[in-house]
Design a binder for this molecule. Structure first.
Ligand code: UDP
Ligand code: MG
Length: 331
């Protein structure tokens, strides 16, 4: 059986301490396949990561890169990576090698059983307890309470049929939340337990604020249930308010009870306002669809003019973006 074409996609943000070893180790595993490329997405690094990547590209024709005009975040980075991947399958790696590159073969094997996406689930995840708890909690809330379909425990180490990844990136959803979008589109997916290591060097890029807003993004991006619950709650508060008024007028309630009832009503109103405001943000994001979620400053592969900060002045910009050959194969 011919070995499948594979793009190794490596998003990097200030990974100067890891990027060289990541390049060497990922390359060593990938060259076991016939048709491969290593696509680095530099997410606006300021520590010399891009220069290191350009160094690899100067020596190694397998190395492709695109570099963002600023830090746009991991989701923008992998969205660009999936979009510009040119092989039939794309594997997303971590630059810090927390998911060991040698596990790629098991992912490939599993995908070839007939899946569009295989998500690695980290066995003995080597991250701080609050990260593990956070992932478990927000994914469980999403699945159990909000009815969002997603593979529990899925990490960003994954193999994706590139045509499907392209659909996920291009689907006109307000957020490219990959693990929730792929099931929504009907992609055949599964999970596979893989080894996990502590970060090679450098520091993780997620702080509590980012993690929290990432979770909220999932909730409001893929479910309206919080809104309907709160509307129900507001109705109940309205009824309770009317009852309180009637009881107060009848002289059956003391001043403390009345004050407490007022406070409860105010709190519910505030909560409702907060949730409505968050959904409003989502609506505004939906309106912004069509505006590229990143801008590319430079690359060594053809990129779309609308995604290049300097438009046609950028080397490697193509006016009419040519879809990778894989789409023609797939039709
Ligand atoms: N990353 C990125 N842009 C960001 C943050 C992270 O491209 O804004 C990359 C980072 O360089 C790494 C991967 O995404 O290759 C995962 O990041 P990190 O190791 O910080 O996340 P964690 O493993 O803690 O979930
Ligand atoms: Mg990491």
């Amino acid at each position: 059986m011919p070995r499948p074409g594979i793009t190794a996609m490596i998003p990097c943000y200030n990974e100067i301490d890891c990027v060289e070893r990541a390049y060497r180790e990922i390359r060593a595993e990938l060259v076991k396949y016939e048709d491969v490329e290593l696509l680095f997405v530099d997410d606006g690094s300021t520590d010399g990561t891009l220069e290191a990547i350009k160094g690899f590209a100067a020596e190694d024709p397998l190395v492709k890169y695109i570099s963002f005009a600023r830090n746009f975040g991991l989701e923008a980075a992998f969205s660009a990576g999936f979009k510009y991947a040119s092989k039939m399958w794309t594997v997303q790696f971590d630059a810090d090698l927390q998911s060991p590159p040698h596990e790629v073969h098991r992912l490939v094997e599993k995908a070839l059983e007939g899946y569009d996406v295989v998500f690695a689930v980290r066995e003995n995840r080597q991250d701080p307890w609050h990260r593990r708890l956070g992932t478990w909690a927000h994914q469980t809330i999403a699945r159990r309470w909000l009815g969002i379909e997603l593979p529990q425990g899925a990490s960003v180490f994954r193999i994706v049929r590139t045509s499907v990844a392209h659909k996920v990136v291009d689907s006109r959803l307000s957020t490219p939340y990959f693990i929730a979008t792929a099931p929504l589109l009907g992609a055949r997916y599964t999970t596979l337990p893989t080894a996990h290591h502590p970060r090679l060097d450098g520091t993780g890029k997620w702080n509590l604020r980012k993690l929290f807003s990432h979770a909220i993004e999932l909730f409001v991006g893929f479910s309206f249930r919080p809104l309907t619950w709160l509307i129900g709650l507001a109705g109940a508060v309205l009824a309770a308010g009317a009852a309180t008024m009637a009881l107060t007028l009848a002289g059956r309630l003391g001043p403390v009870a009345v004050e407490l009832a007022g406070l409860a009503a105010a709190l519910v109103t505030l909560a409702l306002l907060l949730v409505v405001a968050r959904y409003l943000v989502r609506v505004m994001r939906v309106q912004a669809i069509g505006v590229p979620r990143y801008q590319i400053r430079e690359a060594n592969i053809p990129i779309r003019a609308d995604e290049a900060l300097y438009g046609y002045e950028t080397p490697h910009v193509v006016g009419q973006f040519r879809e990778p050959e894989v789409w023609e194969d797939a039709s």
